[in-house]
Unconditional design. Structure first.
Length: 323
């Protein structure tokens, strides 16, 4: 697949003057506050490349894009061109030393994000600057061409939005290569402790055990699934199902009640009912209420598993109401 959309010429059109002014003001305010506090803390080079999912997109990408351009790399394990492009993007990101951050998005696990960006094929690379999405290119591309695109991105971010990037401590990981490549685990004991805690009804203990694993190994899939399940059980514990369902029926826009009934439905095995309820809630609400329903739905997708056909159907339904 040949690269396309390598030009940054459309960036000015995509960035409204008002939004640019607000973003620039926020960036300047953040820098001023950092200066008053003695300067922003520098991050290690490894923090420049992150994995992002739907639940963390707002914080990890949208909010972060107010201080540094975030490059989105949409990839999949089965995609051979991705295996050539992703390491190159990671190397260049570290080389740019805080002027960009690379956020990697596994499209198989985050189909909603893929739909939101209108991606038809991978690898696909976008940027988010001051909360605004900019298409960069699709397909593999020569290194020099990618460098030119990143240079243009950095220039636009600084001149148009006043965004200059984040500080990097290049020596933060000096001598720590062995620690970085060493496996973080094993976590068998902690995971077993979490399961025992769940079996004994100690939900808080299970939640803490799973979180202990994720502190050291944020990508541990078993701990992520276990935490989602334990938190779900914690939410339904002590509920009065009859009252909760009555409240939800009387006021379809009572988001807290709809979330509670969806949790009860999922625990009771009524998976599609739970998903349909939250999709409807997203459709008829707005603002923080809508976002709460959307995030809860993503959490329940995590509990059921990304490969479950009901989750695939639910993601498609959510995309339809969002767009």
């Amino acid at each position: 697949m040949q690269p396309r959309n390598m030009s940054m010429s459309g960036v000015v059109d995509l960035a409204a003057v008002k939004a640019a002014g607000e973003a620039k003001a926020k960036a300047e305010q953040a820098r001023a506050q950092a200066a008053r506090q003695g300067g922003a803390a520098a991050v290690p080079p490894s923090a420049l490349v992150i994995d992002v999912d739907e639940a963390g997109f707002e914080h990890e990408v949208l909010q972060r894009s107010a201080e540094v351009p975030v490059v989105l790399d949409f990839w999949a394990e089965w995609c051979q061109p991705c295996k050539q492009l992703s390491p190159l993007l990671e190397r260049l990101t570290v080389e740019y030393a805080g002027r960009i951050v690379l956020a990697k998005v596994d499209v198989d696990a985050n189909q909603l994000l893929m739909q939101q960006f209108g991606i038809q094929g991978i690898p696909a690379v976008f940027a988010v600057v001051a909360g605004q999405a900019l298409p960069l290119f699709q397909g593999a591309a020569p290194e020099e061409q990618i460098r030119q695109t990143l240079d243009q991105l950095v220039q636009v971010a600084e001149q148009r939005f006043g965004i200059t990037g984040i500080a990097v401590d290049a020596d933060a990981e000096a001598g720590g290569a062995e620690a970085r490549v060493a496996p973080a685990g094993p976590y068998d004991a902690l995971l077993e402790a979490a399961v025992r805690a769940l079996d004994s009804g100690d939900i808080a203990g299970a939640v803490q055990a799973y979180r202990n694993v994720l502190v050291d190994d944020p990508g541990n899939s078993e701990a992520k699934l276990g935490l989602a399940q334990a938190e779900l059980l914690g939410r339904v514990q002590g509920m009065d199902p009859q009252k909760v369902r009555k409240d939800a029926a009387e006021d379809p826009k009572d988001v807290a009640a709809q979330l509670a009934v969806a949790d009860l439905d999922l625990v009771g095995g009524h998976v599609e009912h739970a998903f349909d309820r939250l999709v409807d809630t997203v459709r008829i609400t707005a603002g923080e209420d809508r976002d709460a329903a959307r995030l809860r739905l993503l959490e329940l997708f995590e509990v059921v598993g990304p490969d479950d056909p009901r989750v695939v159907k639910g993601r498609a339904a959510l995309a339809r109401v969002l767009f």
